[in-house]
Design a protein around this ligand. Structure first.
Ligand code: MRU
Length: 365
């Protein structure tokens, strides 16, 4: 996607030396656009853990490049296993991270250590390219949903939660890809952007992305969505996801479940954009089986932003004696999901719906 007319991906290799890994530091957005230069495995692991880079598909791609950086220092069998273990321990919930590491290890293990670095960069590049292509396809299928509403009623109001845009993937985004395509088609579109406490990925990242592409949007407090749905101000909800079970349960940023409940109560379609790399075929019951990341309480108790002179300041918003809890994701049961938007098309959030688009995917594959 573009910033000031220049096309960027969310992870890319240095143009000169071809091995350093670049990402945007998403902890600085929307106040500053800074590029980070990752040169070793520990920097890649830190970037994922600290959420300098984030979003399910993107952390998969960055982890794949992290393996490349690790192999530059140690390309032995033990090194490969250790690099994957270090990167795999950074964040538990998004399955893309673990999928990408498993794919890298399976690809590289049979290759001789001396040839592993080159093979790793090639495989990580394929993971990145495939993610961009899958998200573009999701955009085309999701566009059909938006275009159908636009043909019926004119302006389309979409609500989204968290950031499932190009900052969360290699390119295009998942939930935002159909929105970008609708905008490019000239569809009259407006996006309600949930602020997404506590880290504010909606207010900081989705709003910045949409604004950079000229998409009309309004940031709302997380609790406003139900009210807007009751008053007919939301035509459809599109969110991304960090893990979809083979039965269609959807794990996504904390608060997604409440939006799905409100959408269900108000007859608002609730769609989830997911590349197949986010489907965990080994899991049937999302609430019981998906590990939910618990992040630092300080993300809830402290807020950071620019002061009037432009410098960043942090303020505490709770009493110093109050404890805080910070579960980062929740699970929306399949029964509340209208459907899934995948790179192979739309399907019901059911075992049969997923099996229809992805035949042959068994619980073990
Ligand atoms: O904690 P984050 O910011 O990595 O969580 C991101 C989300 O929950 C996104 O909605 C999800 O990864 C989909 S990304 C296309």
């Amino acid at each position: 996607m573009k910033i000031d007319g220049i096309h960027y991906r969310s992870v890319w290799l240095d143009r000169d030396d071809g091995w350093r890994v670049h990402i945007f530091d998403q902890t600085k957005l929307p106040w500053a656009l800074e590029v980070l230069d990752l040169t070793d495995l520990s920097q890649a692991a830190h970037a994922i853990r600290s959420m300098q880079t984030r979003g399910a598909p993107l952390i998969g791609a960055v982890a794949a490049y992290g393996v490349c950086l690790g192999l530059r220092a140690d390309a032995s069998d033990a090194g490969l296993a250790a690099h994957a273990a270090t990167l795999g321990a950074t964040r538990p919930t998004a399955v893309n991270l673990h999928w990408a590491l498993a794919r890298m290890v399976a690809h590289l293990r049979p290759i001789a250590p001396a040839a592993r670095v080159a093979a790793a960069y090639a495989e990580a590049g394929r993971i990145a390219d495939e993610d961009a292509a899958q998200c573009e396809a999701i955009g085309r299928y999701g566009l059909e949903l938006i275009a159908e509403i636009a043909a019926r009623k004119g302006r389309v109001n979409v609500l989204t939660h968290c950031n499932a845009g190009w900052l969360a993937t290699v390119d295009w985004g998942t939930a935002l890809a159909p929105i970008y395509m609708a905008e490019m088609q000239g569809i009259d579109l407006h996006v309600w952007v949930d602020e997404t406490r506590p880290r504010n990925q909606g207010a900081a990242l989705t709003a910045w992305e949409l604004g950079s592409h000229g998409v009309k949007h309004t940031v709302i407090a997380d609790n406003a969505g139900g009210h807007l749905m009751q008053h007919g101000e939301v035509d459809l909800v599109i969110v991304g996801t960090d893990r979809v079970t083979r039965t269609g349960d959807v794990c996504n940023k904390i608060g997604t479940y409440l939006k799905a409940l409100a959408a269900h109560d108000n007859g608002v379609p609730f769609w989830v954009a997911t590349p197949s790399t986010t489907i965990d075929w080994t899991v049937a019951d999302g609430v019981r089986e998906i590990p939910i990341e618990e992040r630092a309480a300080s993300e809830v108790t402290v807020m950071t932003g620019p002061t009037e002179d432009g410098s960043l300041a942090s303020i505490r918003i709770t009493p110093s004696f109050s404890a805080a809890a910070n579960p980062a994701f929740d699970v929306t049961p399949a029964r509340l999901v209208t459907g899934l938007i995948t790179e192979r098309g739309l399907c019901a959030a059911t075992s049969a719906g997923l099996a229809g688009l992805f035949p042959g995917m068994t619980p073990a594959s």
